[in-house]
Design a protein around this ligand. Structure first.
Ligand SMILES: Cc1cc2nc3c(=O)[nH]c(=O)nc-3n(C[C@H](O)[C@H](O)[C@H](O)COP(=O)(O)OP(=O)(O)OC[C@H]3O[C@@H](n4cnc5c(N)ncnc54)[C@H](O)[C@@H]3O)c2cc1C
Length: 371
């Protein structure tokens, strides 16, 4: 019997598990390794920060899904991988062998010099660690007289979180509190990869929300936040949404990695160096450069990954994951409205929020009945 190990219960693996739950295979031994039963759906996390959702609405319990797929759930995390021996070493010291391995462990935040910041630092990834930290930070902020929160990073995560935080720290003059929120977006400004209409709408929304936008790169010198324009930002808390960093345990695994340490894969999401290893989501780097790191792509890759894992087990041909030319991005503005982007199109309003809310809830609730 062949052993298939799914490492991480990330977005793509949720779809793999659902597929295996719908047509379980008695001829494979399935093992799922992930640190907790909860898989967070990042698209709803800014809504949780803004107070629009409870945390339980934004996360999926993977235990029933793994059970329905006929698998064994191992609540642990990998600390080493030996691709030549086909083994994964876990934090507990247990070593799990595999015939086929699929990796969907996400990424962490590329902090750079921000780690030297003298105040409090909150990295946005891993998302489960962010949610845990924010649960401590938010009530503490609300019990203090005020402060300045600087969100660093002008991508979708940074923009949405800046607006969500502004909403969650909303106070009236009578509260005697004065919170400032800044978004230090980077040299290219907000959302450089989105169309001009979306960027214009986002800039307008930030201004209306009272968020100070700084179109410059941030770094930390002598413990303080400074910008590439030479401005010092007197922040108390830095929330870092500064891009993805690869896991250190991939180094020395023997797997082919890209220059930043992410797993290099073919369009079929198979490792370039080890055909028994597959990877999807933030952890992988497509050789053809056709995928940016986003939850949308991780989810869409899921069904193809499921097909390819089964095909590899059965020695059948693999198929490539061909991302669509455009992906729909819906950015929550924190107070029941959203901004949408689809290729060259831009749109916004309360109806966009209602659409986003419907899509996101449907995704998460779709895992309530795994089989
Ligand atoms: C605030 C925010 C909002 C975002 N909103 C959107 C959005 O609206 N749309 C969009 O497309 N993208 C969005 N993104 C990006 C999106 O979150 C990521 O691209 C997406 O989560 C990647 O999914 P993944 O499957 O690679 O990893 P993840 O969803 O991060 O899942 C990784 C899983 O692996 C587990 N794991 C981690 N390390 C190990 C280990 N060593 N061993 C075993 N298991 C491990 C984790 O516990 C987790 O279960 C957002 C990001 C942020 C920060």
């Amino acid at each position: 019997m062949k052993r298939l190990v799914l490492l991480g219960a990330g977005h793509a693996h949720l779809l793999v598990l659902r597929e295996l739950a719908r047509s379980p295979r008695s001829d494979i031994e399935l093992v799922v390794i992930t640190p907790t039963v909860w898989q967070y759906y990042s698209g709803m996390v800014p809504g949780w920060v803004a107070g629009l959702y409870a945390l339980d609405q934004c996360r999926i319990n993977v235990a029933p899904l793994v059970a329905a797929a006929g698998g064994r759930l191992c609540l642990d995390r990998s600390v080493r991988l030996q691709a030549s021996d086909r083994t994964v070493e876990l934090h507990s010291g247990v070593v799990e062998g595999y015939d086929y391995l699929s990796i969907d462990t996400g990424s962490s935040t590329r902090m750079g010099t921000l780690t030297a910041f003298e105040g409090e630092q909150v990295p946005v990834k891993p998302i489960e660690a962010f949610c845990e930290q924010w649960q401590q930070v938010q009530p503490r902020l609300m019990s203090a007289p005020g402060g300045h929160i600087a969100v660093v990073g002008g991508g979708a995560g940074g923009v949405e979180l800046a607006m969500a935080i502004r909403e969650s720290l909303k106070t009236t003059p009578a509260d005697g509190k004065d919170f400032r929120v800044s978004l230090v977006a980077g040299d290219k400004g907000v959302l450089p990869e989105f169309n001009a209409g979306v960027r214009r709408r986002v800039r307008k929304q930030l201004a209306q929300a009272g968020i100070t936008r700084v179109d410059a790169r941030a770094e930390v010198r002598q413990g303080r936040l400074v910008t590439s324009a030479g401005q010092t930002i007197e922040a108390d808390l830095v929330l870092a949404a500064t891009g993805a960093k690869a896991a250190s345990w991939l180094e020395g695994s023997g797997l082919a990695l890209d220059t930043e340490g992410f797993v290099s894969v073919t369009p079929c999401h198979q490792s370039l160096s080890h055909p028994a290893v597959f990877a999807a989501g933030d952890v992988c780097s497509r050789q053809d450069g056709r995928l940016s790191r986003s939850g949308v792509h991780a989810v869409r890759a899921g069904p193809v990954l499921a097909h390819n894992l089964k095909a590899a087990l059965d020695q059948r041909p693999l198929k490539p994951f061909n991302p669509r030319p455009y992906a729909l991005y819906l950015l929550s503005c924190g107070q029941g409205s959203a901004i949408g982007s689809y290729g060259p199109l831009a749109f916004s309003g309360r109806w966009v929020w209602r659409l986003k809310d419907w899509i996101d809830r449907r995704f998460v609730e779709g895992f309530d009945q795994p089989a």
